[in-house]
Design a protein around this ligand. Sequence first.
Ligand code: NMX
Ligand code: MLT
Length: 426
Amino acid sequence: MTSLREKLAEKIPHMREEIARLVADHGDKVISEVTVAQAYGGMRGVKCMVCDTSQVDPDKGLILRGTPLAQLTHCSPEEIFFLLLTGELPTEKELASLRSDLAARSEVPKYIFDILRRLPLSSHPMAMLSAAILALEEGSKFRLRYNEGMAKTEYWEAALDDALDLIAKLPVVAAAVYRIRYELGDLIPRDPQLDWSANLTHMMGVPDEGGELGKLMRLYLALHADHEGGNVSANLCHVAGSALSDPYYAVSAGLNGLAGPLHGLANQECLRFHIAVRDEFDGVPTKEQLTKHAWDLLNSGRVIPGFGHAVLRQTDPRYTALRDFALEHCPDAPMVKLANMMFEVIPGVLTEHGKAKNVWPNVDALSGVLLYSYGVTQPRFYTAIFGVSRALGMLSQLIVNRAMGTPITRPKSVPTAWIKEQVGTY
Ligand code: NMX
Ligand code: MLT
């Protein structure tokens, strides 16, 4: 038994009891209404699902289990995972136990690397990562135990088992995607002395003499883990998991959504935007030049990646955390200087454009810039790193949902004819 499992086993009965009481006593209280615009508009702002791991406040941004992100930027991704699941940061002993459990589960079967090598080199790293996770599904303990007739009260334990297996293997798989996709030579074995995020940096094999890429990777993997339940990746994982598809299927579903340019792929798109600007102006442009370039992009019908958000109405605190890192470690890196210029110019352009409800930068406005500055120069790989981190949040949410016995997700859809009848004027 790991201490994480023990801690959850202790907490889950109380959580179940509390929610059962809440629903029994107040089940018919209205917490949200749905307008016609929301039904057609991606359900924006409709409060119709529960997520206890984290919440996103429009002005304050990400709050993990009640603690604002700014107070957690020193944490490792493993600590964030423990916090998301249990509501508490681990003690030193609990962290050591989680790390050794992950290390013990980290071996990836050889057939996974064979599959990755057989995919065309033109494959997107996100497709490779998602395919590898689906191929790992063969080892799902949740599916096995479900087929054996496991009790509903045990679902969370089987989900936790799969989650730990998958999390342990993800850095190995992602590093293999990187080295195979970009033909960087032999795979680099895991170093048992290193923790989860340090191993990803190590196995990717990007030179990191000063250890700064390692520090960035640790921060990056901690920052991107969770962003409440309604974002596309978490929501997709939630919906697939609600059908009792096992954690491998559910995480793969979530990553397939993360691969969209309006969601996690903005990470890659944003760096490509920076490269296009740098190449056009041979470095950092003037404000006037960047303003014109941004307007050209908007007038061609495209979005400016790295800016705007469905929930946030201020600068994303994850962006602020990355900006603090950049100021401390690499303020003079050319891409960082360009990103600073973007920060000065783009919100004004978007305000004048008049469409985006939030003109401020999100996490993707700096994440790729920093990776690039430390030698990870393949933008298409960036969302795969986002995905490794997001798996921590998606899996935490999934385990909590299995523990709470959350039923299958099945909202009611209505045809346009029905809406016309409701509004009564058509
Ligand atoms: N550039 C240009 N137009 C924008 C932008 C932007 N950065 N952000 C929003 N808009 C437009 C949006 O396309 C919509 O236009 P239309 O009415 O023609 O459909 C209008 O402004 C209103 O959109 P909002 O309600 O402000 O934003 P919404 O909640 O629909 O979408 C995003 C949120 C994040 C999808 C949107 O802001 C966007 O496309 N941003 C750029 C892509 C990006 O950075 N995504 C990453 C989000 C974070 N993540 O990691 O997932
Ligand atoms: C995320 O991290 O999931 C993004 O910021 C998108 C979102 O929250 O909708």
